[in-house]
Design a binder for this molecule. Structure first.
Ligand SMILES: Nc1ncnc2c1ncn2[C@@H]1O[C@H](COP(=O)(O)OP(=O)(O)OP(=O)(O)O)[C@@H](O)[C@H]1O
Ligand SMILES: [Mg+2]
Length: 260
């Protein structure tokens, strides 16, 4: 049974991409067959996995979505590239910016990505979609495709406030497009536990949402090592295996697998 996760938050720079990489590779290290999907025209996921010239790739998510729209057959593994740390990637590039616009005029525009994912889901244990920092068509497609969401949030006032808008969109998607959509958890990222402000906002998030929404026990610490790993095109387990971020993502992986 394949699980499809979407890592979403319309706020930018909250560790969505870093979480896709390190949770995805964490799950692969735990023996799962994992596919990561880049649903962002800026190709951060593709570049974080070391593919530096995304615009030179022949096939990306934009290509396969175009094929779904035109009702063309998609060959097995079409466009999928393999990362040395044992995850597959369907990359993205600037072609997706055009897709965001052209989807608007397409029949079943909210479920084009879902149609593609349904066609590959029997080949994986886990599929993780990296979303754009917006609530545009590609994000709606990701929400319509997912079984569950992982929502990274910074422990700071405004980012935490932005959660309300995201939760409203999730409820609407649940009512109109994807009744099975669950929230796997809110993940606190780039946490500096030494500051009182972070501690206060973390308790506030627990008070406000904790009763109805899972908040992962593990939090991801702020560390320049995490940024270095994406620049190197590898996971935190390769870049700094004994560091605190690797440990945190390892624990998050266990929490997601439910065998902690
Ligand atoms: N735990 C961390 N500690 C410090 N820096 C981090 C951490 N996680 C990610 N970063 C860095 O912070 C920046 C933003 O992270 P990331 O790209 O994962 O966020 P994002 O939510 O995907 O952003 P966007 O909304 O632009 O897609 C990147 O430069 C990344 O390398
Ligand atoms: Mg990103």
């Amino acid at each position: 049974m394949c699980k499809v996760y979407s890592v979403s938050n319309q706020k930018g720079g909250v560790s969505k991409t870093a979480t896709c990489v390190n949770l995805g590779i964490g799950l692969a290290r735990a023996g799962k067959k994992v596919c990561l999907i880049e649903a962002y025209a800026q190709s951060s996921l593709t570049e974080s996995l070391g593919f530096r010239q995304p615009d030179e790739l022949d096939v990306t998510l934009g290509t396969v979505l175009g094929m779904v729209i035109n009702e063309e057959d998609i060959p097995e593994d079409f466009g999928i590239i393999h990362h040395p740390e044992d995850v597959d990637l369907l990359p993205g590039n600037t072609e997706l910016a055009g897709m965001e616009v052209s989807l608007v005029n397409v029949m079943s525009r909210e479920t084009i990505l879902r149609q593609y994912i349904e066609s590959i889901r029997d080949r994986y244990d886990v599929i993780i979609i990296d979303c754009t920092p917006s609530l545009g068509m590609l994000t709606i497609n990701a929400l319509a495709s997912a079984d569950a969401l992982i929502i990274p949030v910074l422990p700071a006032y405004l980012p935490a406030k932005g959660l309300e808008q995201l939760l409203m969109t999730i409820s609407k998607v649940r009512r109109q497009l994807n009744r099975r959509l669950m929230i796997k958890g809110i993940l606190l990222t780039m946490v500096d536990k030494r500051t009182n402000n972070a501690k206060e906002i973390i308790s506030l998030i627990h008070e406000t949402y904790g009763e109805h929404i899972n908040i992962f026990r593990e939090t991801i610490p702020f560390s320049v090592r995490a940024a270095e790993a994406s620049a190197e095109g590898v996971s935190i387990y390769s870049h700094d295996p004994r560091g605190k971020v690797a440990k945190a993502y390892e624990n998050l992986t266990k929490e997601v697998l439910g065998d902690d």
